[in-house]
Unconditional design. Structure first.
Lengths: 453, 260
């Protein structure tokens, strides 16, 4: 469903500078959208147009198929539904305390005192700043200010959240926390629109990318489509995402094959498989192009995980009954990743899981879970880029536990399952303290051969 | 990051007590100190307030002493002048300085002590307020005192942006210093002028951005203020009453007493 749409949008600043022209975009509900372009390409102006702050010189903007009207009542509705987080948090936070700032939006919507209170508490809890509610903003760090700004918008429960350069001036850990937050909101159904000139971020995060240059859209599509086109990128004044660039170099040197577009480091690592050929004796009747099942191998024959199911495609049959085959390995039981929902948190349970599940690697996602872990002295091995690092550890046969809460559990589960599906390397994924029980605690003792491949 | 009084007030445990109670204590102290005829009650008030600020309010002692010393300097000079140049009655002390006869008389001495005591008690009362009640707590008090809404909203915005502009000013000053903007007197004047004008332009721009930010969150001309409800607890009430009663008793007892 299209939630936001522009038709022939044009905006000229009072001094005659054209900031936006011929802009036709459609934004789908519930997606993660990135506008990528150089500084001054018109992203910020576009966002002010989408929020109803600026009025287009030409064309129109439609929200849920209804054109924007610019009387104060309609604008209120639009601004309630489309929240915007500015690039510089100091521009956005103006109240003397964190609580008052977050409460500003809800109180303007005419909520009752109790409702405002619950809204604000909830928003602050989500961004992990409940303890800071009576602090003045000048006592907060950059990342905290950014989270206050986001909470201020979240408290109004918008359907679309627009973030202008959300990660500018943030250290990597704070940046990761902000992205976690954004992903969580997206998981709960909010449409997220960000602007950035960080191609790596847009490439790995977005569902759909708009490339902007000189106040126009010069390209759009899924990140894989858009960032493959290096001519287009050059036109936009951008470069290719690092993972993609590395992959192309590796491919050119023949160390990887398959025309992938790896987005994350685990995916990139997974492409590092040269064509593996082998002489095997084949039974008569096998033709070129057939698939052979070579069974399960272990020990020195299994190169990527303790046990591997190996299939082979016959490429060429020699006259003496031997054939050249291309091997396809599929790992069975590498490590595993276990998710723990900290919403139903109990320390003894975690301790038991750590011990019984032979977990060697623990990570936490989301501010709340990190604070919990810190309080109870759970040693965290990783707090940023948790999913990727856990996948890498699982590939090396380690067992990982990720502490996280709410929507991020599903988000993580989805990401990891996607990886398993795409890579074909199997490892267990599960949520411990939910209805469906932990799988691997049961399966760990059964032999891998009995598993169905 | 504690470099202004407000920062100390923000971390003070007394911040989370009832604002009205604190205000009442301060007002009472000021009035009682000023209306006392003898220096004893003001000294008593100063002692109590200092004790409360440092012990309950957890203000660092060294900071507190430093803070007191600054206005004390002025007070002491004034007190000397009063002691030497006013009053009648028996001479307590007299000597000659460069041929001028100087003497301290009983009346003058009494008056000087009273002035000193009153000014110290006043300062201690105000420091108690300044070190335990940050500005952000006072907005609710301002509102309850029926000041115009727009005045309160403005003061809230001003409070917030003082710190934003302080940051900007400091970074501009730094940028100027590293490029030798303050190497001579003439250059300093020039640089300072540039700093001022840049700051003015920045604050203008910031005003625009502020309006934008408020509008994008449905600003409708009113900024709500949320007062945290903090009931006065029994121990606080008891302690305050005891302090009030003691001070009043002292006031009564020292009504006609003189020190000298």
């Amino acid at each position: 469903m299209i939630i936001l749409e522009t038709r022939n949008l044009k905006y000229t600043y009072p001094d005659g500078t054209v900031a936006i022209q011929d802009l036709n975009i459609e934004i789908m509900k519930g997606k993660k959208i990135a506008f990528v372009g150089q500084n001054g390409s018109g992203k910020s102006t576009l966002f002010l147009l989408l929020n109803g702050t600026l009025k287009p010189s030409q064309g129109e903007i439609l929200f849920r198929g209804v054109p924007f009207k610019y009387d104060s009542k309609s604008l209120r509705e639009i601004r309630k539904s489309i929240g915007i987080v500015f690039q510089n948090s100091d521009d956005q936070i103006f109240a003397p305390t964190v609580f008052q700032d977050v409460a500003f939006g809800p109180s303007n919507l005419g909520y009752s005192k109790e409702k405002i209170n619950t809204c604000v508490q909830l928003a602050l809890e989500q961004v992990g700043l409940s303890r800071f509610k009576d602090k003045p903003p000048h006592h907060l760090s950059g990342g905290q200010k950014k989270r206050v700004a986001i909470a201020g918008v979240m408290a109004m429960e918008p359907e679309v959240i627009i973030l202008d350069e959300p990660l500018s001036n943030l250290d990597p850990v704070s940046a990761d926390e902000i992205m976690d937050l954004i992903n969580e909101f997206n998981h709960f159904g909010s449409t997220i629109i960000i602007s950035t000139h960080d191609v790596d971020l847009a490439y790995r995060w977005a569902d759909y990318v708009f490339l902007m240059s000189n106040s126009r859209i010069i390209g759009q599509g899924t990140p894989v489509e858009v960032f493959k086109d290096s001519e287009l990128l050059k036109k936009a004044g951008l470069k290719q995402p690092t993972t993609l660039e590395i992959y192309h170099e590796i491919e050119r040197r023949g160390l990887a094959y398959g025309r992938h577009s790896p987005k994350t480091i685990p995916e990139l690592v997974n492409t590092l498989k040269p064509l593996e050929l082998m002489w095997v004796e084949v039974p008569p009747g096998v033709k070129e192009g057939d698939n052979l099942n070579l069974g399960v191998m272990y020990g020195e024959y299994a190169t990527q995980s303790p046990y591997e199911a190996i299939n082979a495609t016959v490429l060429h049959i020699h006259s003496d009954g031997r054939a050249v085959v291309e091997l396809k390995r599929k790992g069975i039981k590498a490590g595993g990743i276990l998710l723990y929902d900290t919403e139903n948190y109990s320390l003894p349970e975690i301790k038991q899981i750590l011990k019984k599940g032979e977990i060697t690697f623990v990570g936490a996602m989301g501010k709340k879970s990190k604070i919990l872990a810190e309080q109870d002295g759970i040693q965290l091995d990783v707090t940023s880029g948790v999913i990727d690092k856990s996948i890498l550890m699982a590939l090396c046969g380690k067992r990982c536990l990720i502490l996280t809460a709410g929507g991020m559990v599903d988000h993580a589960l989805k990401r990891i399952k996607e990886y398993v599906e795409k890579s074909g390397i199997e490892f267990t994924v599960g949520v411990v303290n939910r209805e469906e029980d932990c799988q691997w605690l049961k399966e760990s003792r059964s032999s891998p051969e009995t598993l169905k491949i | 990051m504690t470099n202004i009084l407000d920062d100390y007030a923000l971390i003070s445990p007394l911040r989370h007590r009832n604002n009205w109670l604190k205000l009442a204590i301060v007002l009472f102290g000021l009035l009682a100190g000023v209306s006392s005829r003898s220096p004893i009650p003001p000294f008593f008030i100063a002692l109590c307030m200092s004790f409360a600020t440092v012990t309950f309010g957890k203000a660092p002692l060294s900071l507190y002493v430093k803070l007191l010393l600054a206005p004390m300097g002025f007070a002491v000079i004034g007190v000397f002048i009063i002691a030497f140049f006013s009053g009648t009655g028996p001479e307590l002390l007299s000597f000659e300085l460069l041929g001028y006869p100087l003497s301290v008389r009983a009346d003058g001495f009494e008056l000087a002590l009273l002035v000193l005591a009153r000014s110290i008690s006043g300062m201690c009362c105000l420091y108690f307020l300044a070190l335990t009640t940050p500005m952000i707590e006072l907005f609710a008090v301002l509102k309850a005192s029926r000041l115009p809404e727009s005045f309160i909203e403005l003061s809230m915005l001003i409070y917030r942006y003082i710190f934003v502009f302080l940051d900007i000013a400091l970074s501009i000053k730094y940028a100027q210093t590293v490029r030798l903007g303050y190497s001579s007197f003439r250059r300093s004047i020039r640089s300072l002028g540039m700093l001022g004008s840049t700051l003015f332009v920045r604050s203008w721009e910031q005003g625009d951005k502020l309006f934008l930010a408020m509008n994008s969150r449905c600003y409708d001309g009113k900024m709500a203020l949320f007062e945290v409800h903090r009931p006065v607890r029994a121990p606080e009430m008891l302690l305050t009453s005891a302090y009030f009663l003691l001070t009043l008793a002292l006031l009564y007892l020292t009504k006609n007493a003189s020190i000298v």
